[in-house]
Ligand binder design. Sequence first.
Ligand code: FAD
Length: 471
Amino acid sequence: MSRVVIIGGGPGGYESALVAAQLGAEVTVVDTDGLGGSAVLTDCVPSKTLIATAELMTEMADAAELGIESRDHQGDPSTTLEVDLATVNARVKRLAADQSADIARRLERDGVQVVRGRGRLDGPGTVAVELADGPSTGSGESGTDTITADAVLLATGAAPRTLPSAVPDGERILTWEQVYDLTEVPTGLIVVGSGVTGAEFASAYLALGIPVTLVSSRDRVLPGEDADAAQVLEDVLTRRGMNVLGQSRMESVTRDGDVVTVRLTDGREVQGSHCVLALGSVPNTSDLGLEEAGVITDDGGFVKVDRVSRTSARGVYAAGDCTGVLMLASVAAMQGRIAMWHFLGDAVAPLDLKQVASNVFTAPEIATVGWSQRAIDAGEIQAETVMLPLKGNPRAKMQGVQDGFVKLFCRPGTGIVVGGVVVGPRASELIHPVSLAVAESITADQLAQAFTVYPSMSGSVAEAARRLHHF
Ligand SMILES: Cc1cc2nc3c(=O)[nH]c(=O)nc-3n(C[C@H](O)[C@H](O)[C@H](O)COP(=O)(O)OP(=O)(O)OC[C@H]3O[C@@H](n4cnc5c(N)ncnc54)[C@H](O)[C@@H]3O)c2cc1C
């Protein structure tokens, strides 16, 4: 029986453990912080749970247009809805803990052994574990364990990047992992960083009624996303009252009592009650024994892998954020599964990033799949493009949705759909037909021919596909 040891219990780790167990391997997961990893305990699950509350607030903000009025205790019209952040955050933590417990139960049921502790490579086929608690289960001194394996999967994830000039204090200067300890509503929140994480938190807290300043070092928010989508988002956020500071590079973040000051490199200062730092991530790859085991990392410390998740060391695979390939839970899980399929001799297709659907959970959401507009404009692929605003969609009109669009890209000759972007409420759900089309090389005509419900937002996906029809 093959022995597999997985270091890290996030989606890269636990999903691969399930596959390896299914294929008959003896599997051990070594994890420090709790099953589910950052994805479940501090990143995806908590942020999307917070955003669920923010979504409701966004919908309520437009309630008057749909004929709903709220009244205060005296019966007078009132537009004030207040968020109880302590309750929201308690719910966030409860949900995250429950999800982690679910994963633990699933692994146990599938016969995966879980060891709580910090793992490191002790050569390519051995993992040394500093146990978090309990007696040693194998060879090794008390408090440590040594596990041998035919294959090791590194899935140690990444952690928020901080700077010496902007040190989080866990109270008012916060990483994204620390925001769920807030019990009082910030009176002025500064979010530094306008990538996906910064944009999501800025959008969510704005919807919760908190004055937000977004400090962006680039011309516009979400520099890595579709430019039209980012423009829609920036327009909406600005219209809702966010102070978006473009081309503003943070130099330092300091705190004096209740006041947090963000100093910009051009000398300007922004003040608020709290600051969230969203400065990207650094891989958890130091002190893993990588160099000694022959595992090569890049300049940023990310483990180098090929498309079946092999590292430079024989029998050592890596998956997820520690590889920096594409920092998404779904990609981490797929990289991990691919590693196990490959090692255990099952059918395997190499990772194809052109099929990854992803979403920015702002209001409106931005979902993308396949080739991007940027790649098309740069001539990397030839494609025809159509962009259809959502505001012409009957369902959107009924729901009072004004912002957003559907964009589709297809190959000029064959009409095969190679990518798309959806901006709108629940874009994360609407992207699925486009994602299917990309994965299965479906043509725009085929996509247009499938029935959509009338009235529905997905009608716009079919309509966009119809517009790509050639005689
Ligand atoms: C705010 C935020 C929101 C996000 N939202 C989404 C989203 O909505 N959708 C999405 O797809 N992605 C999202 N992501 C990205 C997603 O969280 C990551 O891509 C995902 O967590 C990566 O999974 P992983 O298994 O590589 O690592 P992780 O989830 O980080 O898990 C790694 C685990 O390994 C443990 N570990 C580290 N070193 C060791 C060691 N030496 N020994 C034992 N254990 C160790 C860590 O403590 C951790 O528990 C979000 C990220 C952030 C920051």
